[in-house]
Design a protein around this ligand. Structure first.
Ligand code: FES
Length: 304
């Protein structure tokens, strides 16, 4: 006996939004359905949406399913969750949202919530005139499980999105491996590969974080430069004369040191720099940045 939540049992005994939506040819309203699964596999779901075209919003949602307790409860939950949402908002609903609404699902039944998510995508893609009813990337690549038509890409995506750790979990989520079993070794290979890639990326991220931390510590622990007032003024004058003025003079301007009051440096712009529209930038980037870099990081510069 599966350990179902009260919500699952309630929606199984009293399903909501069951049935189809007839197209009443109402203005500004479109009716569409999306379908996943097949009766041959035991589970099938058809999700009907009534959409207000001008607002791209789901007015009503109903379902028809050939499925078990969890499929009926998941479909009821899905229709309740998406009513009133825009289509873009609905596309953000995933199988975990459905399971959460139900107070959890037995892991062996997670594929029922996945079926709901996929039927929703199929309906919205169809409404938007997109031919493919599944993730493009899922349909490409090697067919791994022939019994359930599941590609390697889809197995990989579900392992990553749901942090799946075992082949059994893969079967629980997307049924792959749940038929003849001849694909189980292949699923295990993909699982090992994805787990190795994830471990490598964690190692790289940890190493980058350590390097950043070491760099930040080095900056924080760098000795603070101390200068006497005379040394400070002399150094400021030297940097202005040797590194800043030649650049300004080349542009027809010039600068002279007017005073130094603590860390406050007062300069006087002359020549083309005096009254120039970009004089603020000259002070900020050409003079202040250079003096902070070459003399003291605490200096501020003002033009008088
Ligand atoms: S090929 Fe996957 S279960 Fe048969």
């Amino acid at each position: 006996m599966w350990d179902y939540s009260e919500k699952v049992l309630d929606l199984f005994y009293n399903p909501v939004n069951q049935g189809a939506i007839e197209d009443g040819n109402e203005p500004d309203v479109a009716v569409v359905f999306g379908e996943v699964g097949s009766i041959a596999c035991g589970d099938a779901l058809r999700l009907h949406l009534k959409v207000q075209v001008s607002k791209d919003q789901i007015l009503d949602a109903r379902f028809q399913t050939f499925g078990c307790t969890s499929a009926i409860a998941s479909s009821s939950a899905l229709t309740e969750i998406i009513k009133g949402k825009t289509l873009d908002e609905a596309l953000n609903i995933n199988n975990h949202d459905i399971a959460e609404y139900l107070g959890g699902l037995p892991e062996a039944k997670m594929h029922c919530s996945v079926m709901g998510q996929e039927a929703l995508e199929a309906a919205i893609y169809k409404y938007r005139g997109i031919e493919v009813e599944h993730h493009d990337e899922d349909d490409e690549g090697t067919l791994l499980c022939k019994c359930f038509g599941v590609t390697e890409n889809k197995v990989r995506r579900f392992i990553l999105e749901n942090d799946l750790q075992t082949v059994e979990q893969v079967t629980n989520y997307i049924k792959a491996g749940g038929g003849c079993g001849s694909c189980l070794a292949g699923i295990e290979d993909v699982l090992i590969e994805v787990q190795k890639e994830a471990a490598d990326s964690v190692r790289v991220a940890a190493s980058v974080a350590l390097k950043q931390e070491a760099a930040a510590t080095a900056v924080a622990e760098a000795p603070v430069r101390t200068l006497t007032t005379l040394q400070k003024i002399t150094l400021i004058q030297q940097v202005i004369d040797e590194e800043i003025r030649p650049v300004l003079i080349a542009d027809g301007g010039d600068v002279e040191l007017h005073d130094v009051d603590g860390d406050r440096v007062l300069v006087k712009l002359t020549g083309a720099c005096n009254g120039c529209a970009s004089s603020g930038d000259t002070v900020k980037y050409a003079i202040a940045a250079q003096l902070r870099d070459r003399v003291l990081p605490t200096l501020t510069v003002e033009a008088i």
